[in-house]
Design a protein around this ligand. Structure first.
Ligand code: FES
Length: 142
């Protein structure tokens, strides 16, 4: 068994069989690597092998459509095309849409934000006008 650490997913570490497909392990064990096609076409599963690059298989031609030589040299791979033969740590860029969809962690309001404005007098009156009712139709002409 080998260990795959999903760095971008809080360093979640899982074990897998040797020669496992990186994206498949991510899917089975909720590793979190983004993907769409699973077949080397879309480029969504681009990831960086932070550690253990020597434990990955040969770069495929499909990967070269999405990665430059410099990317490959720097440790980038397409997870759906990568098989791992030993321990690896993998990270990836979170897609902007996914990042935007995540609920933002909101800090509690500061005392200044919740303080009552002393210049505003308390009142029992509603702060909005009541809805207008339609005027009655005019009486019929004699
Ligand atoms: S998931 Fe589309 S290229 Fe890997």
């Amino acid at each position: 068994m080998i260990t795959i650490t999903f760095v971008t997913n809080g360093n979640k570490a899982v074990t897998a069989e040797e020669n496992s497909n990186l994206l498949r392990v991510s899917l089975r064990q909720q590793g979190g690597i983004p993907f769409k096609c699973g077949g080397g076409i879309c480029g969504t599963c681009r990831c960086h092998i932070d550690a253990g690059l020597e434990n990955t298989d040969k770069v495929k031609n499909k990967e070269r459509k999405h990665l430059t030589d410099a990317d490959i040299e720097a440790g980038y791979r397409m997870a759906c095309q990568t098989f791992v033969t030993g321990d690896v740590s993998v990270s990836w860029k979170v897609p902007e849409k996914a990042a935007a969809a995540r609920p933002a962690v909101q800090a509690p309001p500061s005392p200044a934000e919740t303080a009552v404005d002393p210049s505003v007098e308390p009142t029992d009156e509603p702060s909005v006008e009541p809805p207008q009712t339609a005027a009655a139709p005019p009486p019929p002409a004699p």
